[in-house]
Design a binder for this molecule. Structure first.
Ligand code: IFM
Length: 408
């Protein structure tokens, strides 16, 4: 008989990030960028989660979750450089307490793409001093929340940030430079490693049980296009796997208590010319492969890819928390189909000895999908953006059965 049970104390939940759900985060770089770029949509009040968080956590509890991942907005805590806003620190302490009151284990992200405006004025993450600015903020926040939080995610998807903001130039500050992106990557690695030691020290000094500190790593499966130039495509796929998936993890592996995995899709790598861009960014736009399922943004949905990614991480010998996996769909039933198909492979990975300790769906509710706006709906809970009414999708109830039974 196939055993569909997940390990004891498995974490089940959903994630959000401050800028995408809270609303009115006007002190951060994205806010001004949206205005400057004259995007058709603005994050504005988003889901007003800043005020409605208790209501939203009630939904998570009702849905049988036992954990919740959210992020703290640096630009709220430190609106002006070096001046910390007690009221905002208290707000996030209330958020954590609201989770604890509902028996939802908080998984707290300290950096999820957004930065305070003042940091950008000082050169952002290209400036080596960004590391110390980040540590000063981390120290403040962590000291505030030590007794209530165990799981810390220092940085969300560092390589997505590097790619989109410094290499491809599609996100603020819109740089397109290999050397700039390398500088940023190095500073992010340093920031994580030092934050790891700092967080551990804070807990040790307070004689508290050890925290668990990691990053949330967007992990992709890179496969070569088999149509033409296979060997070159294979080389590029390997290069990209190394650059996007491995370099960062290799550099932080001794400063991590767990690896957070964000898995969404696979890339079919094609090299159409010999430019560096073709090597690190081009995907096959043609129908050389039988792609049968895409989300509403056009990303391929490839559930078996999560198994390959998880197995490839086994060598790090660290617990793995799936910190994001999710999809935007047209039809409600496809949200559950997506979850179920991925969970089958997560279970397979566990059976193969990969120490997966939890599964956190992206996202608890529809939200602001960065440069794509509000159209891409990833939520277990649908948001009516006119009334801000929350409507639980049927798929969320189906997922809830898995969470409550700890079994597929
Ligand atoms: O919305 C994002 C999130 O901020 C980071 N991971 C991927 C999600 C979907 O694109």
């Amino acid at each position: 008989m196939i055993d569909n049970k997940f390990p004891k104390n498995f974490l089940w939940g959903a994630a959000t990030s401050s800028y995408q759900v809270e609303g009115n985060n006007s002190f951060c770089d994205w806010w001004d960028w949206e205005l400057k770029e004259k995007l058709e949509f603005h994050s504005g009040i988003a889901c007003n989660h800043y005020e409605l968080y208790k209501e939203d956590f009630n939904l998570a509890k009702e849905l049988g979750h036992n954990c919740h991942r959210f992020s703290i907005e640096w630009s709220r805590i430190e609106k002006e450089e070096g001046i910390f806003d007690e009221q905002e620190l208290n707000h996030y302490r209330d958020v954590v307490r609201a989770l604890r009151e509902r028996n939802l284990e908080p998984v707290v992200t300290l950096h999820h793409f957004t930065n305070p405006k003042w940091l950008l004025e000082k050169g952002g993450w290209e400036n080596p001093k960004a590391v110390n600015y980040f540590l000063r903020y981390v120290e403040k926040v962590v000291a505030y929340l030590t007794s209530e939080v165990t799981y810390w995610v220092t940085i969300n998807e560092p390589m997505v940030f590097v790619y989109n903001s410094y290499l491809l130039g599609i996100w603020p500050p819109q740089k397109k430079s290999f050397s700039h992106s390398m500088r940023v990557m190095k500073n992010l690695i340093k920031a994580h490693n030092k934050a790891f030691s700092l967080i551990h020290k804070i807990y040790k000094d307070k004689l508290l049980a050890k925290p668990r500190v990691g990053i949330a790593k967007n992990t992709r499966l890179f496969m070569p296009c088999t149509y033409k130039n296979y060997l070159l495509n294979k080389l590029a796929a390997r290069f990209r796997d190394n650059f996007f998936n491995r370099i960062f993890l290799d550099a932080i592996k001794n400063h991590s208590d767990f690896i957070g995995v964000n898995y969404y899709t696979r890339d079919i790598v094609i090299v159409k010319n010999l430019s560096l861009n073709a090597f690190w960014a081009n995907n096959c736009p043609d129908s050389h492969h039988n792609i049968t399922w895409r989300n509403s943004l056009g990303w391929e949905i490839y559930p078996e890819g999560i198994l390959d990614c998880l197995v490839s991480l086994k060598k790090y010998n660290l617990p793995i928390l799936i910190t994001e996996n999710g999809s935007c769909q047209e039809k409600d039933e496809n949200y559950f189909r997506f979850i179920y198909e991925h969970l089958k492979y997560v279970k397979k990975a566990i059976d193969l000895g990969v120490p997966v300790i939890g599964y956190i769906y992206w996202s608890l509710m529809d939200n602001f999908e960065w440069d794509k706006g509000f159209g891409a709906r990833f939520g277990l809970v649908e948001i009516d953006y006119t009334s801000l009414k929350r409507i639980i999708r049927k798929s969320a109830w189906d997922f809830s059965t898995i969470c409550k039974n700890n079994s597929l």
